[in-house]
Design a protein around this ligand. Structure first.
Ligand code: NAD
Length: 254
């Protein structure tokens, strides 16, 4: 049992399925009062009904006020989990790049814009961003995803180092493959890079709970991602060579 979760008011965006639904279920099991957000109203209702939570449908960017009201005036923990797994490179339309930017980064900025005044006033609040190992490393075949997840990680890091002394806790959750609809839609690159070591959404939720208990910023449900991150930082060209070999493998498999 993680004490901070008991009776806590928690919001999880993109919680109609996948990792978000697993987080919502696990937080509810720990005694939290959970607002389940999703663009898909039916999916949000279903998860909320299952866990005795409240559904707030709509774009993750604009739900703080409604979620706060549903929780009786205070959000203790906000999980910015909704994300889009946009593939492609520079040929991808601007519109699609901007959608990835909007959901994967700006939704976090907009949520914290509304959350921080109350959190700073009372000297506590917890922001959990579902980023990705693509934010620490880079996902082959998916430039918009890699760039915006780097952005999400940068924003989470900025929040953590700016507000830690004022009682704000921030976590960046960076899994590699997780068996969800997003992984199933990720095509040959996902099949090659992510599927072999993919874990279940429930394992991500377990890692998040452990990360909260340990008060760790970086939560790595696949611990090996930390080794790749260090290798990338200390021998960048070697790391790019190894990723390029994967890229070539992908090209030859297609
Ligand atoms: N599945 C993976 O392999 C993996 C790995 C690392 C990180 N992630 C990240 O985990 C998060 C959750 O992904 P998932 O794998 O559970 O995907 P998923 O597609 O199974 O679930 C995402 C949910 O978010 C909802 N959603 C999408 N855009 C939204 C918006 N603007 N507002 C509200 N809801 C919205 C969708 O309707 C869906 O129910 C994402 O941020 C993703 O980038 C996933």
């Amino acid at each position: 049992m993680v004490e901070v979760l008991r009776d806590a008011g928690v919001v999880v965006t993109g919680a109609g399925g996948g990792i978000g639904a697993a987080l919502a279920r696990r937080f509810a099991d720990e005694g939290a009062r959970v607002v389940v957000n999703d663009l898909d109203a039916g999916a949000a209702e279903q998860v909320a009904a299952e866990i005795g939570g409240t559904a707030v449908a709509g774009d993750a960017s604009g739900i703080v006020a409604e979620a706060r009201e549903a929780l009786g005036g205070t959000i203790d923990i906000f999980c910015a989990n909704a994300g889009v797994g946009t593939g492609g490179g520079p040929e991808t339309d601007d519109e699609v790049w901007l959608q990835a930017w909007d959901v994967n980064v700006m939704a976090h900025v907009r949520a914290t814009r509304e959350l921080l005044p109350q959190w700073l006033d009372r000297g506590s609040g917890r922001f959990i961003a579902t980023v990705s190992a693509a934010g620490l490393l880079t996902m082959i075949g998916a430039a918009p995803y890699s760039v915006t997840k780097h952005g999400a990680l940068a924003f989470a890091e900025w929040l953590a180092l700016t507000y830690r002394h004022r009682g704000i806790r921030v976590h960046a959750v960076c899994p590699q493959g997780v068996r969800t609809d997003m992984l199933r839609a990720s095509g040959a690159a996902g099949e090659l890079v992510l599927a072999p070591t993919a874990i279940e959404p429930e394992e991500v939720a377990e890692a998040v709970l452990q990360g909260i208990a340990d008060e760790r910023f970086l939560i790595l449900p696949h611990p090996e991602a930390g080794k790749y991150y260090a290798a990338r930082a200390t021998d960048t060209d070697r790391w790019i060579d190894s990723m390029n070999r994967l890229q070539q493998k992908l090209e030859h498999s297609g």
